[in-house]
Design a protein around this ligand. Sequence first.
Ligand code: GAL
Length: 712
Amino acid sequence: MTDQTQTSQKQQTRQPWRWPQPLAGKNSRIWYGGDYNPEQWPREVWQEDVRLMKQAGVNIVSLAIFSWSRLEPAEGQWDFSLFDEVIDLLGSNGIAVDLATATASPPMWLAKAHPEILPIDEDGRTFWPGARQNWRPTSPVYRRYALEMCRHLAEHYKDNPYVVAWHLGNEYGCHNLYDYSDDANAAFQKWCEERYGTIDAVNKAWGTDFWSQRMTSFDQILVPRHVNGFPNPGKLLDFKRFSSDALLDFCKAERDAIEAVTPDKPCTTNFMVSGAIATGIDYDRWGADMDFVSNDHYFTPGDDHLSELAFSASLMDGIARNKPWLLMEHSTSAVNWRPVNYRQEPGAMLRDSLAHLAFGADGILYFQWRQSQAGAEKFHSAMVPHAGADSQIFRDVCDQGRVLSDLTDAGVLGSRVESSKVAILFDNESGWALQHPTVPTQKLAQFTEPFSWWKAMADLGITADVVPVDGKWQDRGVVVVPNVYLMDEGLADRLRDFAREGGTVIVTYMSGIADRSDRIWLGGYPGALRDLTGVRVEEFSPMGDDFPGVPDHLDLDNGATAHDFADVVTDTADDARVVSRYTADKASGMDGVPAIVLHPYGKGRSLYVGCRLGDTDIAGSLKPLLGDLGLAGLVRSTPQILRVVRVSPDGTKFVFLFNRTREAVSARVEGEVLVASQADAGTAAAAQVAGEPETTEGTIFPAGLIVSRVDD
Ligand code: GAL
């Protein structure tokens, strides 16, 4: 490898983990509740709310997320009366409060007095007030007002025993991630100066000799506003980094203002870690600055739902570094923001909650407690729907409260997710770089390849962990590197060391192609990993169907089919074994080209998969290689069941089984059954082996699950 600009800002220390403590006199329970917006309702409804919350087993709510216009109805006029009353009502009824800093949506008076806080899009258009998050992350004016709000709230509630956590902002960047204002421009210039030190270093990182973009001073740097051609990829990537960092800086300023007054209460903010929606925030980096991390997750309609949930919840466990995290929002049924807002099928609500729990969430909250009567989210489901408490949803909410309480009593708190032997690496920044309009194909969406690998492993009966690229994966047996396009020498070294010590590294196409500044590693792809993989690629062969006669697929001689993308592998190392080749017509130049290559490396090995196979064909291609890859002992005979285990320090195991299919599936249930939903937990098997946990044969119906406990 040549020496290329390597600026990694990822080596951070992480905040010690701190969790919201129970109200005085109470024991820790799995937290259960939702966003509560009492300002939308008359006082009488608050009384009913608290009665119903107690009935449902709710023990926490997130409060005041969008309440600035009530808390400060005019500049400098503070009015906490509504929230004093509500917090007192909640707390005296045993319901704790996760109190928001209320800064997610500025009041109308602020935008009117200071239109310079409003974000600007890349075409120069203003985002006017009328929705939410209409503020610039880099506006010093907005920051001043927001921090004033934080200080007032913290001072006012510092001794309130019912406030157990602070909820910083809300889903930072959901609507204001990319801002192209003059404030953003000045902040971007400063960010570049801090990151690179000299303008020449910026020139080098961005390759500005291309198209005469060389700069001689930092004030020539411009945020990537609307341009008449393709924007500089290095700059665009850095702008994405900057945008995530600018919001993090804002969030940390809120945290610091709060912590200065109430250092005893932990702070969090709700992430949007999804396995389906590309995110512009580098959540793994953000996780380092939170006392505990939280996530909002909304279901993907259709067959992928449970897999997508598992993928993102596992990634949350990785971001949380295996500490408890909070599911801050999900939905009891339909959302309101898709073109078609599908309802949840019976059983899915509890199944989803327990799936998040299985992957490490020690608190399950919803958006929102009571379905709004007016406003943009009035058709979004809630814990108390428009129909009222006499409804299936509310009955399910109450059932779930009982289940979570039973699981607390059974000892689930304190257990952590058992690590898988297989880690799938996830790199947000690689996804950002591959979003550029000039990459070899626009089909390289961020989650496609990692998610296919997760599903392929699940199809083999292996529950893989999704681990941030800078997280902890070195203790696994197999590491998958799917489309980790950006790779510095440090990461390449870590992968090599891992293989050298006996691990298996599975590398896909479009991994190890460029350094962290998006400058290509030269000499043949994958430049950062040529020696590890034992392959050399001279060209790519993307596939499509947009012109007659273009290649739209490639067959492999192992029966699999590649779509969208393939590497033209031109050389393999002498000690490499080509496991599979393409079979194509001679004219294509792909006939006989290696597609899958196994390469010994130190005490371990790598497997190179040079094309997009999709989950079914990945699983099929891996099957004959399980022994070679160290996966043989990990496959389970019932891949229709997703199995996730949480383990307590004393060795007690909580085994979660979820049906991944739309058919009834029979399942081997270990130990004592704690929860069976849409399932028949079966009866004890006739022959119980001494010393082994009791096993039953159960049946799990669609959307069903079984949780059992196996004592050590
Ligand atoms: C989240 C947000 C909530 C609510 C919810 C609806 O993005 O934090 O306030 O809008 O989505 O699904």
